[in-house]
Design a protein around this ligand. Structure first.
Ligand code: GLC
Length: 747
């Protein structure tokens, strides 16, 4: 009896000590959760532990997986969204396996579930984290309503090369914007973890995946540690601090090391420095692909390397299930590492309440799909997302003045394509296209001539469309690229409008009627050659289910465009990569001579030796943070509360924003900062704050924004993240290329 009592006290002491030693949980796990994790783990066999680390894509019949489920060989499934099947999967686990551990059911809910929102690049264009959070919450309500409790979103990959198809899936080129969007989506998806609509977020792809050489998906990246820490990792750290429950490793090898086996990235930074105690899952077979990378000899080898790196769950390599038991028995891996992985998995399952409530209420879940308030949120997001890039005054159109609207172009009535990439569960039947929205709003006044079947269609003449244009009051042409032309594995080497789209636009303009172009795409296309052929151009990164009504409201002025570019628009693809927060270089471009201006027999050094392209210069077509409105805004009175600050201070910047136009509008005021001199060279400017400001015509508002000096910290030559004293400049403007700086000093 005494021995048992001693044992009990000892285990209690150990549990207490282990809790005391534990870092604060980034996923918000209490000591009670940890006790439950430890208690369950202590009852698990090695085989059952390894089973939890195995994730299977289970879109088929439940019976195919029943045996493995009963044996506890599957810890998570993805790609099952039939709630009845999900419940059957869970029932087998809960009622027929030895320990009754429920499954974690995952799905790529990337920008909405059934109700599809604009693609993430479009979400970022809103510069409205609160609205994006609301959309993520809608996605969680619909997805959990069908049994999904884990989404593989948000994607945080900084993308500065629009050739990369997955630029569609992230928040663009800027670290600050990306981090704010990441926090918003994590909060939106996860909400209150005690609620059945809580859906675990998965921040991905860790890390540096968007820097693929040549913009070619899955290609190698060569980011230095400083570049990782100063540009690519901060959004992930922000999302971890926001409580993200899970993270996914990326396909790419960075500087020769694939992320799924990267001890420095996962174990040292994510776990060691940030204390992340959530679940780390591989990308689809990214464990197995380390063999293709030449980083492992076989599945056993890459399974070992993944566990060593701190990866908890294996998506579709079956490396853990096939080899971990043998690796433990051979001493090649420690069971304690497996225990740690299983703790992370059980912790997420307990936090989501899956043990108490593993089943989905099928009827209640069905009732929330496509709810009116969901569609309204999607429409509002699409309205805020669209970016007005050109307007010679033709917009906004006057609804009471149009008698005959010609609608044309391959994206005018493309319900599937309008949803964009990674819209697995969006149903085209629910999409409202621009054509449908126009026909509904202007019955009998819309003529539709498709013009081109799709974006790649070729055509010599457009007689039918031109004839229709001549009879119309205004031509609305919808161009761009189908969903399939962006997203995973869909990189492009040429970013011009495909097929005969530019010819169609030119032909329409020649018809002599006002032409308004709307481009729907998954990336910033190179549209410089198209701009002269339209009076206005509205850019909508695939706007989702309610894109039609949103675009019509914008075109007719019911809503004033407020979107801003989350990524730089190039003049030509040859300029890639080009982004606003570049370094100055020793020879910054200063508008030097371009090809057409080069004199005869020009001397070798006569053109100015700076960093630019002779044929296209070094300025973009549209800079980051740019977007027009139907009104105009003016910034004035930009002033700082002091001339010098300490590293613990906050810079208070005051400015007045005036709506100098004739209609109400919303401006995204942006604050950029430049660190003039550092132990390493620094970007010419970096976004450090943005906010949407709605103003009535003629209205002025004076705002004061606090920029903590701590936000200017970076990892310098000594590898330590800190603010370096010196001279700084600060801009307040409506985009990254305008405004005059004010100066301040950090002592
Ligand atoms: C894909 C993607 C990843 C996605 C996963 C599951 O290959 O890279 O973003 O979440 O597989 O579908």
């Amino acid at each position: 009896m005494k021995a048992i009592r001693i044992l009990f006290v000892a285990s209690l002491l150990a549990a207490t000590l282990s809790c005391a030693e534990r870092k604060p949980s980034t996923v918000g796990a209490s000591s009670e959760v940890e006790r439950r994790v430890d208690q369950l783990l202590s009852r698990m066999t090695l085989a059952e532990k390894i089973g939890q680390m195995n994730q299977v894509s289970a879109g088929g019949e439940v019976a195919n997986y029943a045996d493995a489920l009963r044996k506890g060989q599957i810890g998570s499934i993805l790609n099952e969204v039939d709630p009845v099947k999900v419940n059957e999967f869970q029932r087998i686990c809960v009622e027929e396996s030895r320990l009754g551990i429920p499954l974690l059911v995952g799905r790529d809910v990337i920008h909405g579930f059934h109700t599809v929102f604009p693609i993430p690049l479009g979400l970022a264009s809103t510069f409205d984290p609160a609205l994006v959070e609301e959309g993520a919450r809608v996605a969680a309500v619909e997805a959990t309503g069908q049994g999904v409790r884990w989404t593989f979103s948000p994607m945080l990959d900084i993308a500065r090369d629009p050739r990369w198809g997955r630029i569609a899936e992230g928040s663009g080129e800027d670290t600050w914007l990306d981090a704010r969007m990441a926090e918003a989506m994590v909060r939106g998806y996860q909400g209150d973890l005690s609620d059945a609509t809580a859906m675990a977020a998965c921040i991905k792809h860790f890390a540096g995946y968007g820097a693929a050489e040549g913009g070619r998906d899955y290609n190698s990246t060569f980011l230095t540690e400083r570049q990782l820490r100063n540009v690519y990792l901060p959004p992930f750290e922000a999302a971890v601090k926001a409580g993200a429950l899970t993270l996914m490793t990326s396909f790419n090898d960075n500087d020769g090391v694939p992320s799924t086996g990267n001890v420095f990235l996962v174990k040292d930074i994510l776990r060691g420095e940030w204390g992340f105690d959530g679940l780390v899952v591989t990308d689809w077979n990214s464990m197995g692909e380390m063999i293709d990378h030449g980083f492992g000899t076989d599945r056993k080898d890459v399974a070992r390397k993944s566990l060593e790196a701190g990866v908890d769950m294996d998506m579709m390599t079956y490396g853990y299930l096939s080899h971990l038991e043998e690796l433990v028995h051979s001493g090649a891996v420690k069971e304690s590492d497996i225990d740690q992985a299983v703790r992370n998995i059980l912790r997420v399952k307990i936090l989501l309440g899956l043990f108490e409530n593993p089943y989905v209420d099928v009827e209640a879940g069905r009732a929330v799909q496509y709810a009116p308030e969901h569609l309204a949120a999607a429409q509002k997001t699409a309205e805020e997302s669209a970016i007005l890039l050109k307007n010679d005054g033709v917009l906004p159109l006057k609804a009471d003045a149009v008698r005959n609207i010609l609608v044309t172009g391959p994206m005018a009535d493309a319900p599937h394509e309008q949803l964009g990439t990674w819209a697995f569960d969006g149903q085209a039947a629910h999409t409202v296209t621009p054509l449908k929205a126009l026909q509904e709003r202007f019955p009998g006044k819309v003529t539709y001539v498709q013009g081109l079947k799709n974006s790649r269609s070729r055509r010599e003449r457009f007689d039918d469309v031109v004839a229709a244009a001549r009879r119309a009051d205004v031509v609305l042409v919808f161009l761009g690229e189908e969903a399939i032309l962006s997203g995973e594995a869909h990189s492009l080497a040429d970013l011009n409008l495909k097929g005969a789209q530019s010819d169609l636009l030119a032909a329409l303009q020649a018809a002599g009627k006002p032409v308004v172009a709307t481009v729907m795409a998954g990336r910033p296309l190179t549209i410089e050659r198209d701009l002269p052929h339209c009076g206005a151009l509205l850019y909508a990164f695939h706007p989702g289910t309610m894109g039609g009504p949103a675009l019509v409201n914008l075109l007719f002025g019911d809503v004033n465009p407020s979107g801003k570019t989350p990524v730089t628009f190039l003049r030509t693809v040859g300029q890639a990569p080009l982004y606003y927060s570049h370094h100055m270089t020793g020879r910054p471009y200063n508008g030097e001579t371009l090809l057409d201006e080069i004199p005869e027999e020009a001397g070798q050094t006569s053109l100015g030796n700076t960093s630019y392209y002779l044929d296209y210069g070094a300025y973009p077509l549209f800079p980051f943070g740019f977007g027009l409105s139907y009104t105009t805004f003016a910034y004035s009175g930009i002033a700082l509360d002091r001339e010098a600050y300490g590293t613990e201070d906050t810079v208070q910047v005051t400015f007045t924003l005036t709506n100098t136009g004739a209609c109400a509008g919303t401006e995204v005021a942006q604050v950029y900062v430049r660190d003039l001199v550092g132990s390493i060279t620094r970007p010419v400017k970096e976004l450090k704050h943005f906010e949407r400001v709605a103003l009535e015509p003629g209205e002025s508002r004076t705002l004061t924004v606090g920029i903590p000096v701590a936000d200017l910290a970076f990892v310098g030559l000594d590898g330590v993240k800190k603010v370096e004293p010196g001279e700084f400049q600060l801009w307040v403007s409506g985009d990254s290329a305008s405004g005059k700086p004010v100066s301040f000093e950090v002592k």
